[in-house]
Design a protein around this ligand. Structure first.
Ligand SMILES: C[S@@+](CC[C@H](N)C(=O)[O-])C[C@H]1O[C@@H](n2cnc3c(N)ncnc32)[C@H](O)[C@@H]1O
Length: 374
């Protein structure tokens, strides 16, 4: 990963651990060097408030900062536990053996995948495998190992289906289509094989940056008022009104981690209902949520905010909103190579608002008098 000329040798210390390529709507792993240019020299502690795939939190950890990350969806928090908070726990051969040792008799407490998603996303044998694996995760005692197992399984599942999300139900059909298979052979591969292949990529991404890093699973509007001091906050909210419907796209991953017993599963995609409250994904809530977010972040000296020119409110209105709290500079980057399709960024423009505390110049009393008489 190229980060930029300005970094010191010591700042590269943790860069031999590479971030496993995510497939997550709005992930910023390709924009890291751009973000890095706007991180001031005196930062020591940082917050990734909307962590998602954790690509930015991972980079903040690599920079040696004490890193706090957060996402209101649990499957993303599991990535935060596995790769940000975790210092040294990896999945060993013994752990993998335990996870893959699937009970041939299905357990009535572990049939959610089979009952809900068979013939929608998976064949029955694969759904059963997922239920058995889910049960075995409970046998891993260490929370970081559990988190790694969830993380690697989530990634395996986004490989197994078309478009990398679960708002699309063609994966089973495409798995028998040679043309489609040429483009994505994972469609026809057993989930188990995909999982096993990914384990080393994730194990090598576990490292200790000698700091106490933390992953949270809360609505940021609840977390921020309770948080201790931090030097820099990175805000990468969902891009409201641009199909960034994380709970429809990734419902299955959240259901797998939470293993809901008290939800309904609705529509053709069988997404859970009721959904969790975000505050940033509906036009009716988003302005009030940003105001609340910025009020709570008043004590954080530096903010970096990712935005997109297709979001609501418009970039101009959003800039005005941020300017109530901070001095803002707006940076633009055009997306040229997006793949198109629902939720795609193709043809849109990625925006970064670089925000600093307003300079308050205090004029000594005598000077004030002199100025008044000048
Ligand atoms: C644009 S994505 C972040 C992408 C991330 N920077 C990355 O590189 O993968 C926005 C994330 O915000 C999360 N989110 C939405 N509303 C939230 C809220 N109120 N509090 C915390 N996280 C929220 C979503 O689950 C989603 O993962």
């Amino acid at each position: 990963m190229f980060i930029g000329e300005k970094m010191l040798f010591s700042e590269y210390k943790y860069f031999q651990h590479s971030f496993p390529e995510p497939q997550y709507l709005g992930a910023k792993h390709t924009l890291i060097s751009w973000l890095n240019k706007h991180i001031p020299r005196d930062v020591k502690t940082a917050l990734d408030a909307f962590g998602g795939s954790q690509s930015v939190a991972f980079f903040l950890k690599q920079r040696g900062f004490t890193t706090t990350t957060n996402d209101f969806l649990n499957f993303n928090h599991q990535i935060g536990m596995a790769l940000i908070e975790n210092k040294d726990q990896i999945l060993t051969d013994e752990d993998i053996h335990l996870l893959l040792n699937i009970d041939a008799n299905s357990d009535p407490d572990f049939q959610l995948m089979e009952d809900t998603y068979t013939d929608i996303f998976f064949e029955r044998s694969e759904s059963r495998f997922l239920d058995g694996f889910r049960k075995n995760i409970e046998h891993l005692k260490n929370p970081y190992k559990k988190a790694l197992a969830f993380t690697i399984m989530s990634r395996s599942l986004t490989r197994k289906i078309t478009m990398g999300h679960f708002a699309h139900t063609q994966a089973l059909k495409y798995a028998s289509c040679p043309e489609r298979l040429k483009r994505n052979r994972s469609l026809a591969r057993p989930i188990k094989d995909i999982f096993v292949e990914l384990v080393p990529k994730y194990n090598q991404a576990v490292f200790d940056n000698q700091k106490e890093n933390k992953s949270h699973n809360e609505n940021i509007l609840d977390l921020l008022p309770k948080m201790g001091p931090v030097d820099l906050a990175y805000f990468d909210p969902p891009y409201c009104d641009s199909h960034a419907d994380y709970q429809s796209f990734y419902h299955l991953l959240e259901t797998y981690v939470e293993y809901w017993k008290d939800k309904q599963f609705i529509n053709t995609i069988k997404r859970y209902e009721p959904q969790k409250f975000s505050g940033f994904d509906k036009k009716r809530d988003v302005v009030a949520s940003f105001e609340k977010l910025f009020e709570s972040a008043q004590d954080i000296p530096y903010w970096l905010i990712s935005y997109n020119n297709r979001s609501y409110p418009s970039v101009d209105d959003f800039q005005k909103l941020v300017a109530k709290y901070r001095d803002v500079e707006v940076e633009y980057k055009a997306y040229e190579n997006g793949r198109g399709g629902k939720g795609s960024v193709a043809g849109s423009c990625e925006i970064l608002l670089v925000c600093k505390k307003r300079l308050v110049v205090s004029i000594p009393f005598e000077c004030e008098r002199e100025l008044a008489y000048a």
